[in-house]
Design a protein around this ligand. Structure first.
Ligand code: DGT
Ligand code: CA
Ligand code: CA
Length: 576
């Protein structure tokens, strides 16, 4: 009965929704929402950690009470508080909060006065003209609600890659243990490392008579079975994530893997190449009339159209087929190529490891250097550093480096870029650092011209090194800033600055398209964890995924370099 971080987060979100409908203290509600976010983004599965006898790590904003609830949920999938709230309010009522115009107070009123607890009941009450009579509603509001309901269903929900990975990894391991199962692969957008996935597409090769289909639909996290057949089933997990499973004969495994990895556009382009050669290519194999020519491996499918194997991350029909034909596919960067990390936080600001703990965790992750880059003073919510505290941290790092072996801590800052493009700390504070990471944390919606000028002005600072999370987007909650990207990338090139691919699961910023632009313009990117805990170095794999989707080779990634090779590139700050 696996419980993932995303499930714990979902319970906290639901508790927050229900408390809000009950009119609870806003601080208590906020604490649950923050905890949901913290747990969801943690680079380490808490239930697995606890089940293995590990201690719950100290997490920001999570005191003893919430920690106890995490343990409870990790062990049982729910907690006493949620159960109690479910007795007081019907579970489906939180769905009403998603209807435009309905906040917690109105939902409460609908429940108390009209016994409306579900979207369907809301529709009926509206149809009967009963909503307009409630205080503070009126005819206009009723019409608005009915319109919103008619416009449903809303855009289908997509899952962040790191969240989907929690389900994919557990399901893959579970299926691999079913008798007769020989191979399991999660294909689709997940294998292509897209930043979000719509659903999971799993392929299985199994011996005749394997109970894999029955085991799949009986998986504990399955909420409903959408389709069940001999070779194909679809289920909906409790989290809302759909999973398609296909049982494939061994001789078709490669063809099926290619087909279901996609993308659709890539598949169509490959199929056309086949047609030009008189071949039919589908999920069963490569055929000339009735004769099967290939399909047991992906390599054999590509070879049938005279191509080398193409890495899944490139299969978007964005030039990969032409590059493969010319023998010019990039040698994509891999996680193992990373030698260091250039963006991390400690408990001096909003992280929760000491500098030493973060350094040792980075070393354990195979890295040989790590930059500590705390927030600057303007970010008061993160207790950002002023020049005095920064100077003290610099001394602390110098002392620490003398006692560490196998890992070097670089002195940095994540300095806030002000609305006018100035930096939040003066040159006198920045000049003692090894690198200066600059980032936008406010005024996200300036018009393109002003936003671009702001970034360019920040990069004019003589000490500026890396532009962190350049678009400032948050997946699912904040749009990217409106920027003239080519100007930003070229300005970085002219000034000897670098751009970041921030690996946090809800950032992945730069995205694949803009990181590729950086490569084409000759600007190396830093793939950075932005770690706030010792577990967050696990995020680097998702940053590397986006770098691969952007066609980046090791040389295109700043932190594949040894510290010795890196130093001259940080000359803007280092060695002054
Ligand atoms: P997603 O789930 O929206 O994140 O994206 P995908 O790429 O996983 O798409 P999905 O789950 O609809 O289908 C999985 C793969 O199956 C897709 O990448 C390519 C293949 N596929 C699906 N429909 C078609 C189709 O109509 N034609 C071809 N050639 N391939 C298809
Ligand atoms: Ca999919
Ligand atoms: Ca699918």
């Amino acid at each position: 009965m696996p419980v993932h971080n995303a499930d714990i987060a979902t319970v906290f979100e639901e508790i927050a929704d229900l408390l809000e409908i009950q009119g609870e203290n806003p601080f208590r509600i906020r604490a649950y929402r923050n905890a949901a976010r913290t747990v969801n983004e943690l680079g380490r599965d808490l239930a697995t950690l606890l089940a293995g006898g590990g201690e719950l790590p100290k997490l920001p904003g999570i005191g003893p009470d919430l920690a106890g609830k995490i343990k409870e949920i990790a062990a049982s999938g729910t907690c006493a508080l949620l159960e109690r709230l479910h007795r007081e309010l019907p579970p489906a009522i939180t769905e009403l909060l998603k209807v435009p115009g309905l906040g917690p107070k109105r939902v409460r009123l609908l429940h108390d006065s009209l016994e409306v607890d579900t979207v369907e009941e809301l529709r009926r009450a509206g149809g009967a003209g009963r909503i307009r009579e409630l205080p503070g509603f009126g005819e206009k509001m009723e019409a608005r609600i009915l319109e919103a309901l008619a416009a449903r269903p809303a855009a289908p929900q997509r899952f962040k890659l790191a969240v989907a990975a929690q389900y994919a990894a557990a399901l893959e391991a579970w299926l691999a243990r079913v008798p007769g199962v020989r191979k399991v692969t999660v294909a689709g957008s997940y294998r292509r490392m897209r930043e979000t996935v719509g659903d999971l597409d799993i392929l299985v090769a199994a011996a005749a008579g394997s109970p894999v289909m029955r085991r799949f639909t009986a998986y504990d996290e399955v909420k409903s079975v959408l389709a069940q057949g001999e070779t194909r089933s679809s289920v909906l997990l409790k989290s809302g994530l759909q999973v398609d499973l296909r049982l494939v004969p061994p001789e078709s495994y490669g063809a099926a893997l290619h087909y279901f990895t996609g993308s659709k556009a890539h598949n169509i382009a490959i199929r056309k190449l086949g047609q030009a050669r008189g071949l039919k290519i589908n999920e069963y194999g490569v055929f000339r009339r009735e004769e099967r020519l290939a399909g047991d491996t992906e390599e054999s499918v590509f070879a049938a159209v005279d191509l080398p194997w193409i890495p899944p991350e490139l299969r978007e029909d964005r030039g990969e087929i032409e590059a493969a034909r010319r023998g010019e596919l990039p040698r994509l960067v891999a996680l193992a190529d990373l030698r260091g990390d250039l963006h991390s936080h400690t408990k001096a600001t909003d992280g929760h490891g000491s500098i030493r703990e973060m350094a040792l965790a980075a070393k354990a992750a195979g890295l040989s250097y790590i930059a500590v880059t705390e927030h600057s003073r303007r970010l008061t919510v993160a207790r950002g550093l002023d020049p005095q505290r920064l100077a003290r941290q610099i001394d602390e790092i110098d002392r620490l480096n003398e006692s560490l072996s196998g890992i070097t801590v670089l002195k940095g800052i994540e300095v806030d870029i002000l609305e006018n493009g100035g930096l939040d700390l003066p040159d006198s504070a920045l000049k003692g650092l090894d690198l200066v990471v600059g980032a936008v944390h406010s005024a996200f919606t300036l018009p393109r011209r002003r936003q671009t000028d702001r970034i360019l002005r920040a990069m004019n600072s003589r000490y500026f090194t890396v532009l962190a999370h350049p678009s400032a987007r948050l997946l699912g909650s904040r749009e990217e800033m409106d920027l003239d990207w080519l100007r930003v990338v070229r300005a970085a090139k002219e000034r000897g600055c670098f751009l970041e691919v921030n690996a946090q699961p809800d950032r992945l910023d730069l995205d694949d398209v803009h990181a590729r632009m950086a490569r084409e313009e000759g600007v190396p990117v830093a793939v950075s964890s932005d770690a706030h805990s010792t577990y967050d170095f696990a995020h680097l794999q998702y940053g590397i995924g986006q770098a691969r989707r952007a066609w980046l080779e090791p040389k295109d990634v700043l932190n594949t370099r040894s510290l010795k090779e890196l130093k001259p590139l940080l000359a803007r700050t280092m060695g002054r």
